[in-house]
Design a protein around this ligand. Structure first.
Ligand SMILES: [Zn+2]
Length: 269
């Protein structure tokens, strides 16, 4: 049994592909889902995933920051990209009213187009939300009956918000936020209440380098990377008062179920 990192921003010059993959395999993180955040990033993510089809998978989607780029053709472009066997989800998509790099109207349009596509293609959604929880939840409820599930990626909210996502049947993506003693308090309270059958783990590398890591900065140049997923899992196991193996098996099973990833046995060939 190994680990699956469900969210890595690999199309980023800060992550040097070969050494980063080598170090993740050493840490037994041998399934990685690359996050698509725009049409171009999604294309690059699929190309990269195809270069290592046993280990790498990808989402295709448009992040709310890029929603202003979402035009009348974009849904169809994503539909064509999603044909690749490496594509396991639609997103990351959702609403981010924190900085409004795209207007709320543009974000809602892009999000609904991607929710529709996920329903049509029977793929899970990879969700991003910041400062827009109520509106995000309302849109998810609108598509709830046709959606094939999904994950609230990089969840940092409250127990009540988590419960609302759980009620929709969603999984909860936990990052290295839990390792930050200053910021992660509400999140740790939520994680304590999270049913393990809904737990997914992600680094969101190269962002969100977990606090308290041994100093590997010569190797990782200060970035986060998938090799640090087990470190995040140790914190999650502590909070949930479970042993690491239980967290590892559950999060792996959950990842394989939601994203229909091949099982590890098949992948050793
Ligand atoms: Zn995100």
């Amino acid at each position: 049994m190994s680990w699956c990192d469900i969210g890595v921003n690999f199309i980023d010059s800060r992550l040097e592909v070969e050494p980063v993959i080598a170090r993740s395999l050493e840490a037994e993180v041998n399934q990685i889902i690359i996050t698509g955040t725009s049409v171009n990033v999604s294309k690059a993510a699929i190309d990269l995933a195809q270069s290592s089809p046993k280990h790498l998978f990808s989402t295709v989607g448009v992040h709310p920051h890029h929603a202003s780029e979402f035009n009348a053709q974009t849904q169809n472009t994503l539909r064509k990209l999603a044909v690749s066997s490496q594509v396991v989800a639609i997103g990351e998509c959702g609403l981010d009213y924190n900085r409004n790099f795209s207007t709320p109207a543009e974000q809602i349009y892009a999000f609904e187009q991607q929710l529709e596509l996920a329903c049509e293609l029977k793929l899970p959604v990879f969700l991003h939300e910041r400062d827009a929880f109520d509106e995000q939840l309302n849109l998810l409820k609108k598509y709830q009956n046709q959606l094939m599930g999904g994950v609230a990626h990089c969840f940092t909210g409250t127990i009540e918000q988590m419960q609302a996502y759980l009620d929709l049947g969603l999984f909860i993506g936990i990052t290295g936020w839990v390792c930050d003693p200053k910021r992660g308090e509400a999140l740790r309270a939520a994680v304590k209440a999270l049913p393990i059958e809904r737990l997914l783990l992600e680094t969101d590398a190269p962002y969100l380098r977990p606090k308290g890591l041994a100093n590997n900065r010569k190797v990782d140049k200060g970035n986060n990377e998938p090799a640090y997923l087990p470190y995040i899992a140790e914190h999650v196991a502590n909070i949930m008062q479970l042993d690491l193996l239980t967290v590892r098996n559950a999060s792996m099973n959950n990842s394989q179920m939601l994203f229909a990833l091949p099982s590890n046995e098949a992948k050793n060939a």
